[in-house]
Design a protein around this ligand. Structure first.
Ligand code: ADP
Ligand code: MG
Length: 674
């Protein structure tokens, strides 16, 4: 299972590199690179038989002259097709002007795509054109897995690699199952190896559910097996004595701490001066002010001579913390450094040196980098922001020169509301602090749900807000996990808005963008009025002057995600607004969106979401952001978690189990003790 994927035929250096970027290095990584969903080919349909929300294949004829238009660099090609009954669909191809030549009236073809309603017309964007042969293939294999991909890796290739692995171990799986046949039978679980096969190559829909059940079982099982047992208490190697500087930091804050912030800091403080190593989770809704808590206790550690590492899940967030820390902490004599992927090699080396000599006290960065090469001189506290510690356990070992035995304190900050029952199971080994109270002067955000028809009115309102000095976010959903498409969404929206309102200062932001830091700075500093962004700004970003959040296609986001997005506004003194735009027709969807618009507590929304989510949306939006739980959904899979609690006791420790555990935790056994 640890075999490097380069062993597979057809994977050369180039492919190996792309796969690595996707987190796939070994056979195991590839096997656990699960599909993001499945396509089911239900045969060719006519327009009247179309199923919304999924791909449909139709036999159609082009019935209008294609119209090619340009908006700046973006081209759109529009025309109508009709089925044999004469029912029409409007087709749009973005960025493929050359198709104008071949999409001629009268042409018959089979198209495949996801239809949607706009202005009372059925639309399809960028549908695929299928050959008869491709349709026959679909008929033969109607259920196919779909994956998130990177440029250079196609779905076809990915499946070829998987097929090779399954062929190589056709006779005997590489590792024995650690659950005996009896227990599998008793709890109705598939053998592990078979589950891997079926999750990628299901023959029927039931295969997916069964395979998923077994794999979720394993995720929970390994996850629990990896937890530090509550009785395993480690000594505090970084005792705190001085507290003057952190008190000074708190006094200098531009606001008074809320009661819960003060209480949380006090709880952490008593951990830090105690004889036990701290592992603590701080749960607080978006905007409750977790950063100030993190900084206050960081200062406390640093004034006692220890280093602190703060890990953020995204570069945008890391940069923002860095700017904040520089401004607040450098005047106190603290050296802050930023460690992110976009730094030059030379800059990184300098920082690594500073970390090693101890010159740098506070290291802020993304997970990946903090984990990589840094050797710390005296790392006493690791803070993970907006993510669960399981990312920490999974991959990294924060190395310490000459102090390999010393394990730093761990503080995890999370805005994911987890119902209490679940928290007790998942965090049995951690102390928990909860920040419930919101900063007092905060006005509740006013939220609205509107249809696209209201857009012009909303824009006029935005114009007024901009005149008053407000900053505005507009979120566009990622159209599939396709980088290029995602990019089109945000950029073309920005272009169109710019044409409409040339006076507004507009910018866009997306995941892989190079000048992210500059854009965020400009937005925070007031040089940009409207930031059109993907969900990269979803977690943690703090720009208090932002008072309007507009979410396009709100139905494409999970409820918790919408709540997170809304949390980006309402961070200053002024009244903030959040507008969800959706043209969804489905009543159930609209009801859910309405619920989020009417409720402000993340905990309420999480409970409601749990209640409302039916079975069937197996691969629904992930709500918890725990990297070690890839397939498992904490809410929906609660029954499996409970089963693990029960079955777990019956499963005997074996060499095979240890091997699986090691694979699951990336081979780094020592991490398990964190
Ligand atoms: P989150 O808990 O979502 O990480 P942040 O730490 O980003 O929240 O804080 C959100 C905003 O609230 C920031 O602008 C911060 O300066 C401000 N803030 C934090 N604590 C207080 C407080 N006690 N009173 C007023 N404003 C506060
Ligand atoms: Mg935060």
């Amino acid at each position: 299972m640890n075999t490097p994927i380069s062993r597979i035929k057809g994977i050369g250096i180039k492919t190996e590199k792309i796969l690595k970027e996707m987190g796939i290095v070994s056979y195991y990584d590839l096997l656990s690179y699960y599909p993001k969903g499945y396509d089911f080919f239900a045969g060719l349909v006519s327009v009247s038989e179309i199923r919304m929300g999924e791909d449909n294949c139709l036999r159609v004829k082009i019935i209008s002259q294609p119209k090619l238009q340009y908006f700046g660099k973006l081209s759109t090609l529009n025309f109508y097709v009709a089925d044999e009954m004469g029912m029409r669909i409007k087709i749009t191809y973005f960025r493929q002007p050359y198709l104008a030549k071949v999409m001629v009236p009268g042409r018959r073809m089979i198209i495949k795509g996801r239809p949607y309603w706009k202005k009372n017309e059925l639309h399809m964007s960028n549908p695929l054109v299928l050959s008869e042969e491709e349709v026959n293939q679909l008929k033969a294999m109607p259920l196919v897995a779909r994956y998130s991909l990177k440029k250079g890796i196609s779905e076809k290739k990915l499946k070829q690699y998987l097929t090779q692995i399954f062929a190589e171990f056709a006779d005997k799986p590489p590792i024995e199952d650690y659950i005996s046949d009896e227990i599998c039978q008793k709890y109705d679980l598939l053998p592990l190896w078979q589950s891997y096969k079926l999750i990628h190559f299901p023959r029927q829909k039931a295969d997916i559910d069964n395979a998923r059940k077994r794999l979720v079982f394993d995720e929970f099982f390994f996850f629990q097996a990896g937890l530090r047992k509550p009785e395993q208490i480690l000594a505090n190697d970084f005792p705190v004595v001085k507290r003057e500087l952190s008190q000074c930091f708190i006094k200098n804050l531009p606001f008074a701490l809320t009661d819960d912030q003060a209480k949380t800091i006090a709880e952490i403080e008593s951990d830090l001066i105690s004889e036990r190593r701290m592992t603590r989770l701080v749960q607080g809704d978006v905007g409750s002010g977790k950063t100030a808590v993190a900084f206050a206790v960081s200062v406390m550690m640093m004034e006692n001579g220890y280093q602190v590492a703060l890990m953020a899940p995204t570069e945008v967030l890391a940069v923002q913390h860095y700017i904040d820390a520089k401004q607040r902490l450098e005047p106190l004599g603290i050296q802050v450094a930023l460690l992110v992927g976009s730094l030059l090699a030379k800059e990184k080396r300098e920082i690594y040196t500073g970390i090693q000599t101890g010159e740098i006290n506070f290291i802020i960065g993304t997970h990946a980098l903090i984990q990589e090469k840094a050797i710390y001189s005296n790392l006493g506290l690791v803070i993970t922001d907006e993510q669960h510690r399981f990312g920490v356990m999974q991959r990294e070992r924060l190395s310490q020169k000459g102090a390999a035995e010393k394990l730093p304190h761990i503080l995890v900050m999370s805005a994911t509301p987890i119902p209490r029952t679940l928290a007790l199971i998942l965090y049995q080994d951690m102390d928990i602090s909860i920040i419930k109270s919101m900063p007092a002067e905060r006005l509740p955000i006013q939220s609205f749900l509107r249809s696209g028809a209201a857009r012009d009115k909303i824009y006029r309102f935005m114009g007024q807000e901009i005149k008053k000095g407000a900053a505005i976010y507009i979120i566009c959903p990622a159209i599939e996990d396709n980088e290029e498409l995602e990019l089109t969404g945000v950029i073309s929206y920005a272009e169109a808005l710019h044409q409409k309102y040339p006076d507004w200062k507009i910018a866009y932001l997306y995941g892989g963008q190079e000048d992210k830091e500059e854009v965020m700075n400009a937005f925070a500093g007031g040089e940009i009025d409207v930031l059109i962004s993907t969900t990269v700004i979803e977690v943690g970003v703090n720009v208090p002057r932002a008072t309007v959040m507009l979410v396009e296609n709100a139905e494409r986001f999970g409820l918790a995600q919408l709540h997170q997005l809304r949390g980006r506004v309402g961070r200053g003194h002024r009244q903030s607004y959040c507008i969800f735009i959706s043209d969804a027709k489905d009543k159930g969807i609209l009801e859910k969106l309405e619920y989020v618009a009417k409720h402000t507590s993340g905990f309420d929304i999480a409970e409601y979401d749990l209640k409302m989510r039916g079975p069937g949306d197996a691969f629904g939006v992930k709500q918890h952001g725990m990297p070690l739980l890839q397939l498992a959904d904490l809410y929906r899979d609660l029954p499996i978690l409970e089963m693990v609690q029960k079955a777990g006791a019956e499963i005997e420790d074996s060499a095979a189990m240890q091997e699986w555990l090691k694979l699951y935790y990336g081979g780094k056994k020592e991490i398990l003790s964190i």
